[in-house]
Design a protein around this ligand. Structure first.
Ligand code: NAP
Length: 492
């Protein structure tokens, strides 16, 4: 179930919000502690009468995140009134459950909140909740690390009474989505993302439209992108749309991993996760957690794709294949062997593309601002190198920019002056924010065939999808979603 938490200042506003929410959520939670004024019995009765959907009545003390500081007797009196009025659920904090008189028409949620951490003795807390007579046990604790979610998942896995288990905070965000796979009774998703009632909540729109929450069940396969930061990644949009369109029972979530990525990967082996995309800053370190990597991936020294093959984690790198595919399309049927490539940059992306071009037999020269880095990469790959200040004199069939020059906000910058572009040179730019960089616009004007960073991005997503599912990815859909999302997030 999806529960829309309502934190309104007056009962009449709560009533209106409830009508709106009922159209999209399965149940609403009325946070009475968020009211500006104490709710009178008649007002509460009117609210519950003819309610458009089931309701949870909650009235938190300040110590557990409530806004109002009403004395406990007063607070509990309102909850008791809600029970007498036949509210579907009343949520009461552990320690206060025995102060309410039960009625068969109302189920009691006994809840535990911890806004500081996810305690190690979570199972013991769960047992205390059950002993307190809970119809539904609720545990909401702060995740300080993404690994904390696993403790919550264990409680959900073994729960003997209906249980709502979630971790709060950005690190706990995945529990709000994946909890359904582990059997949580509901997730809280606000209608208005600007009005969350707890940290880390995912909006109702995203829960349904992006993460396909209603289709998640115990068989749902889990995929995700590991990075830091990761909140603005467009990969969840692309992969979830692809899963949905092919009717694949899978969900793709962002994994924000701070600290050692190998610890995360090891800890999450048991969930299990069927596949990862890996992005900055974890591509290199993640290699150590792999059971197997392909040879090009090993020479690049970075993994951006992980497939779980019956428990064995197999790492590969689609950055290079994705860039090469985009460049080859620009070549319009001609092969890369023997082609002169000016590869600009010596960072992570350049490294992946350089080893890819080498494997394809291209004749490469690496240009970089910091010449030592150009020399080092050129030595490893076995090719020429020069300083970026020599770019004007380049002689190449293909120019591939893998620096961040031209990326938002410096959209007027270009690593190659227009005067150095020839109409028969294929120009590829890895930058995708914006998609049409100054370099690519200059190249189009000069008449060069071009290949965009968006193509590379979609290529790698398509290749990852195939690696994981063995199926052809819905490329057009993925490209459409990627362009829409990039346009939305452009300049952020
Ligand atoms: P990185 O490892 O940090 O490398 C950055 C590169 O850019 C280095 O060569 C650096 O030169 C150069 N650079 C940065 N600022 C510069 C400036 N003002 N003038 C000249 N050179 C400059 O970054 P990365 O991960 O390789 O990413 C590079 C770009 O590729 C980013 O825009 C990223 O968004 C894009 N990318 C796209 C895709 C895709 O799918 N399309 C995938 C991955 C990355 P120095 O060595 O001199 O610092």
């Amino acid at each position: 179930m999806i529960c829309a938490p309502l934190a309104e200042p007056t009962l009449s506003q709560a009533r209106r919000a409830m009508l709106t929410a009922a159209a999209r959520a399965d149940i609403v939670e009325l946070r009475l502690d968020q009211l500006d004024e104490f709710p009178d019995a008649d007002g509460l009765a009117a609210l519950l009468k003819d309610r458009p959907c089931p309701v949870i009545i909650t009235n938190r003390p300040a110590s557990e995140g409530g806004k109002n500081a009403w004395p406990d007797e007063v607070r509990l009196k309102v909850l008791q009134a809600a029970i007498e009025l036949g509210a579907d659920y009343v949520d009461v904090e552990l320690g206060f459950a025995d102060r309410l008189k039960r009625r068969p028409s109302t189920k009691i949620i006994v809840s535990y909140h911890n806004f500081t951490l996810t305690p190690l003795d979570l199972p013991a807390i769960y047992s205390r909740i059950v002993r307190a007579g809970a119809d539904v046990a609720k545990l909401a604790t702060m995740a300080n690390s993404i690994i904390d979610n696993l403790r919550m998942f264990e409680v959900l896995r073994h729960a003997s009474v209906p249980c709502i288990g979630l971790c709060m905070g950005e690190a706990g965000m995945i529990s709000r989505i994946l909890g359904r796979k582990l059997g949580t009774m509901l997730t809280y998703a606000p209608l208005d993302p600007a009005k969350p009632t707890a940290p880390g909540q995912v909006s109702l729109d995203d829960m349904v439209g992006l993460y396909n929450y209603r289709s998640i069940n115990s068989d749902t396969q889990v995929y995700g992108v590991i990075g830091n930061p990761i909140a603005h990644s467009i990969s969840p949009h692309i992969h979830n749309a692809a899963f949905r369109s092919l009717g694949i029972n899978a969900v793709y979530v962002p994994f924000k991993v701070e600290g050692d990525v190998c610890n995360f990967i090891e800890a999450f082996r048991g969930l299990p996760v069927q596949g990862y995309s890996i992005t900055i800053p974890h591509k290199q370190d993640a290699m150590r957690a792999m059971d197997e990597v392909d040879p090009v991936c090993r020479s690049i020294g970075a993994v951006n794709t992980v497939a779980n093959r019956k428990g064995r984690l197999v790492g590969s790198n689609t950055d290079w294949t994705a860039a090469i595919e985009a460049i080859e399309r620009g070549l319009d049927g001609e092969g890369l062997p023997g082609k002169r490539v000016a590869l600009i940059g010596a960072g992570g992306t350049a490294r992946a593309i350089a080893f890819g071009l080498k494997a394809k037999g291209a004749n490469m020269c690496i240009y970089n601002r910091t010449v030592d880095r150009a020399a080092k990469l050129a030595e490893e790959v076995g090719c020429e190198w020069r300083g970026l200040d020599e770019i004007e004199r380049l002689e190449a069939d293909i120019i591939a920019n893998s620096t961040s020059v031209g990326m938002h906000p410096n959209v007027d910058a270009t690593p190659v002056p227009r005067s150095a572009l020839r109409p028969d040179t294929v120009v590829f730019d890895a930058v995708y924010n914006p998609v049409w960089t100054r370099l690519l616009c200059d190249a189009e004007e000069v008449g060069c065939p071009t290949a965009t960073g968006l193509e590379m991005f979609v290529n790698q997503a398509v290749q990852q999808f195939k690696t994981w599912t063995g199926l052809e990815a819905p490329r057009e859909l993925m490209e459409l979603v990627a362009s829409e999302k990039l346009a939305e997030t452009a300049h952020h």
